[in-house]
Design a protein around this ligand. Structure first.
Ligand code: ATP
Length: 218
């Protein structure tokens, strides 16, 4: 189970607000996160990944406390065994598609799994290309394959299919679900597409305006 009870100051167009999230997410499930733009979905994923430090609270994965403000615990992102894919992809420009995907596996390389991902995500013809030669959708597919290459305990996917066409989107939804069925990583996927949420989510975390409150009450 991932236990989250956090508060964090965010800067919105209406000024400073407090994002407040308290929830328990079950292990090994496919969890979709939805909610209006700017509500804090990306911020929440970054706090779970350890890339943003919440102002207050606890984030716990099973027995492992990732973050506890009262006890001054803040495990580094590298020690959380999380695979994350954010909206800017962050591909290494000097590496090919294949090298980008393989790099995610750290020390223990599994070339067969890299090859499977390259095939599943339609990247065979692009294997030796560098990111500057790729379209937006091709970069997105590379970033997705790279995230899955690591076989992490938790996968955080921030709108991973927003730049691919509808046919490719359905194919890749099925590939992501197959990977989840094979490895059972607890997966959090942010999506604005209600059909996608209905199809993929075994449960849904809905963020809404009740999670945001005025700074005056903080
Ligand atoms: N580093 C930061 N510090 C403080 N506030 C931030 C920071 N980054 C983003 N914000 C603010 O936090 C709020 C939530 O942003 P976030 O990107 O998490 O929303 P989102 O729900 O993922 O939006 P979208 O669906 O448009 O991607 C926004 O108002 C944004 O301006």
């Amino acid at each position: 189970m991932i236990y989250i009870d956090i508060e964090h100051k965010i800067l919105t167009s209406e000024g400073s607000r407090i994002l407040s999230v308290k929830t328990e997410l079950p292990d090994n499930k496919f969890i979709c996160i939805s909610g209006p733009s700017g509500i804090g979905k990306t911020t929440l994923l970054k706090m779970i990944a350890g890339l943003i430090k919440p102002d207050w609270g606890i984030i716990q994965m099973g027995d492992c406390i990732f973050f506890d403000s009262l006890n001054n615990i803040n495990i580094s992102p590298q020690k959380r065994n999380i695979g994350f894919m954010f909206q800017d992809y962050a591909l290494f420009p000097h590496m090919t598609v294949e090298e980008n995907i393989s790099f995610a596996q750290n020390k223990v390389k599994d070339k067969a799994w890299v090859d499977t991902l390259i095939k599943s995500y339609g990247l065979e013809a692009l294997r030796k290309q560098k990111p500057n030669k790729l379209s937006g959708g091709q970069k997105q597919r590379t970033a997705l394959a790279r995230t899955l290459a690591k076989k992490a305990d938790i996968l955080l996917l921030d709108e991973p299919l927003s730049s691919v066409d509808s046919t490719m989107r359905i194919k890749l939804q099925n590939e992501i679900l197959k990977t989840h069925a094979d490895f059972g990583s607890t997966t959090l996927l942010v999506s604005h597409d209600q059909d996608e949420v209905n199809k993929m989510g075994q449960c849904v975390l809905q963020l809404g305006y009740d999670q945001i409150r005025s700074i005056k009450n903080y």
